[in-house]
Ligand binder design. Sequence first.
Ligand code: PGA
Length: 251
Amino acid sequence: MRRPMVAGNWKMHGTRAGVAELLEGLNNMPMSSEVEVAVFPSALHVAQVIDGLEGSGIAVGAQNSAIQSEQGALTGEVAPSQLAETGCKLVLVGHSERRQIIGESEEVLQQKFAAAQACGLKPVLCVGETLEEREAGKTLEVVGRQLSSIIEAFGVAAFANAVVAYEPVWAIGTGLTASPQQAQDVHAAIRAQFATKDAEVAANLQLLYGGSVKAANAAELFGMPDIDGGLIGGASLNADEFGAICRAAGN
Ligand code: PGA
């Protein structure tokens, strides 16, 4: 059985004081043991959040990590080994903001995925199509290609220790959400892509949906058979809202 998971991507938000307030809310949030909960603060706040969530059962992840696993001469980057030593458990790889705005290539994402796993961090690989690609009928082709890039490099077995998040770019931060059926269709295709290589990996893979998930639409999305939870941006900055989304995943 796949355990539901809800992950909060705080993006480039937060001050020390704001993070402290959010931590207080998260620590007081009623938790369901059924649901795996994780938050991804900015690199600057990772240590503060790990300390602040100790004993809460909420895992902490990083939004990015370096292409090489060990520390070294790579100005401005954070090594996955440093993140792991600090207490991070997960790392986002291939978020559309990094693919599109920072310009991360498939080759860079392959390196980041492997470096993270080499240090025991679980990558959350983000995939998704733009509006233009959806309108051109290319959604499954684009998502399939983004997944194949990692599968061909490391094999499907690598996904026994990874999570995949489907995030249509047009739904991120826009208030537009994929309908539960639109999301389910892509999730089912993703799982089928894995199933052609390894039925067990496919059946156990946690597939998250991301893109304007809120408490008001979470239950309907998470009710779909291949949607195992969500990657939440804006709504994860409010502990009450995030808590409600986590509870929706447990129902
Ligand atoms: P959003 O962001 O929930 O604000 O749309 C999701 C994400 O980018 O992970």
